[in-house]
Write a protein that binds this ligand. Structure first.
Ligand SMILES: *Cc1c(COP(=O)(O)O)cnc(C)c1O
Length: 408
């Protein structure tokens, strides 16, 4: 019945002829159970969003009690306690200076919001010629048109190129296949395009969809400095890295300082409700604050902005993270996982690199370890491993030849 109607995300539907979608009946903690009772370990956190396990009793309780009070209300001219409280709690744990919250309902939407916000900020502060965006190669920021434009993974963007904005791509750090001092690429781009650029968007420290590529905090520190010198805004897409995934509450903390705009989603509600927030500084907020007839307002909205159920889930998540000292525990578990992976797979002839940040661990499979030559994409090595793992009750979602664990 599923295949009669449902067009699954990011799938070649023909693949389902040989491997049918698995019908999941229920979840508990790190486990999912299909309708035949088979147990799976959800090691990919259901697309990286499940933070504290499936059907977490505390989050369930929070959402249920909110449900009986208020399910949704228009967020223009109206507000509610869960949204206010959520912002108050988030302010305590996000990088300093980020104090203004604009709600949406998915990661791509939060990125679109950040792009428009930075564009309008430049326009309203005397820099109307700053109209372009910079981004890193292999970056991923979602799949709507603006988000795709600042992403640079051909897999998702190639066909749509004629529809996309003309962005400036900077070659991203690639530490596994490091060739040169990579920050020079950013410096050159800032020299050439600095005056026409509105903002640069990056995934701090971890380029997730690129294959869990990790780069050092010093890159972000240098980028922050370049942005300050050139008047370009720095947008941190913490959609995948936020809420402890990299060992700190937000990846930007590894570098110190703050971005000008930060996008969060995924872990925000523990993977319960579609919710995202674009957070910014007083300075940027002030540029929009004026008498109505000056036309400076940010005319941007989503029907489900500030959804109360999402906010109540978000509040429960923050409370659990603190109360149960989740980050501390994750650090110990990460060390254990690092050790076990090195022990079992470190010397495997086709495991080129095992990299990790926080609890996220990735294995890059290569045809030849010495030359770091990858498998040809047509062989779909990751997909073959995926199918084997599934038989044994482990849910992976390989990124090309990269297998990763990103558990709740
Ligand atoms: C998932 C993701 C997005 C997009 O979020 P959606 O909710 O899928 O639209 C954007 N940026 C990063 C870094 C992500 O991992």
């Amino acid at each position: 019945r599923d295949l009669k109607h449902i067009w699954h995300p990011c799938s070649q539907m023909k693949d389902y002829e040989t491997l049918k979608p698995i019908v999941i009946d229920r979840g508990e903690g790190v486990h999912l159970y299909d309708i035949y009772g088979k147990e799976y370990i959800d090691i990919v956190s259901s697309w990286w969003c499940n933070l504290l396990g499936h059907c977490n009793p505390e989050i369930n309780g929070a959402v249920k009690s909110q449900l009986d009070r208020l399910e949704h209300v228009i967020f223009s001219n109206f507000t509610h306690e869960p949204a206010i409280k959520l912002c108050e709690e988030l302010v305590k744990v996000i990088p300093a200076g980020l104090t203004r919250f604009n709600f949406s309902d998915n990661g791509s939407a939060a990125v679109e919001c950040a792009l428009k916000m930075s564009f309008q900020y430049q326009y309203q502060t005397g820099h109307p010629k700053r109209q372009r965006f910079m981004c890193l190669s292999e970056g991923y920021h979602g799949e709507t048109i603006g988000a795709l434009s600042v992403g640079s993974m051909d897999l998702y963007a190639r066909i749509y190129k004629p529809m996309l904005m003309d962005t400036i791509q900077i070659k991203a750090p690639d530490c596994y296949r490091c060739q040169a001092e990579c920050f020079a690429e950013a410096e050159t781009a800032f020299e050439r395009y600095g005056k026409e650029t509105c903002a640069i968007i990056v995934e701090p420290l971890l380029q997730g969809s690129a294959g869990m590529r990790i780069y050092p905090p010093v890159y972000l520190q240098k980028l922050r400095k370049l942005c300050d010198e050139s008047g370009i805004l720095l947008i941190a897409d913490e959609i995948a890295t936020g809420f402890g995934r990299t060992g700190k509450m937000f990846a930007f903390e590894h570098a110190g300082g703050s971005p000008d705009i930060m996008c969060i989603s995924k872990g925000l509600t523990g993977g319960y409700m579609p919710m995202a927030i674009t957070i910014t500084t007083e300075q940027i907020y002030e540029a929009f604050y004026a008498d109505y007839n000056e036309g400076k307002a940010f005319m941007h909205s989503h029907t489900y902005s500030g959804n109360p159920l999402g906010c109540s889930a978000g509040l429960a998540v923050l409370s659990i993270l603190q109360k149960d000292r989740v980050l501390e525990k994750a650090e110990k578990r990460a060390a254990f996982l690092t050790e076990k992976l090195a022990e079992r797979l470190g010397s495997h002839p086709h495991v080129g690199e095992i990299r990790h940040i926080g609890l996220i661990h990735a294995l890059e499979l290569v045809e030849d370890k010495a030359s770091k030559k990858g498998y040809p994409p047509e062989e779909r090595v990751g997909y073959q491993v995926y199918k084997k793992a599934l038989e044994r009750g482990l849910i992976l979602r390989p990124l090309g030849n990269v297998l990763y664990f990103n558990p709740p």
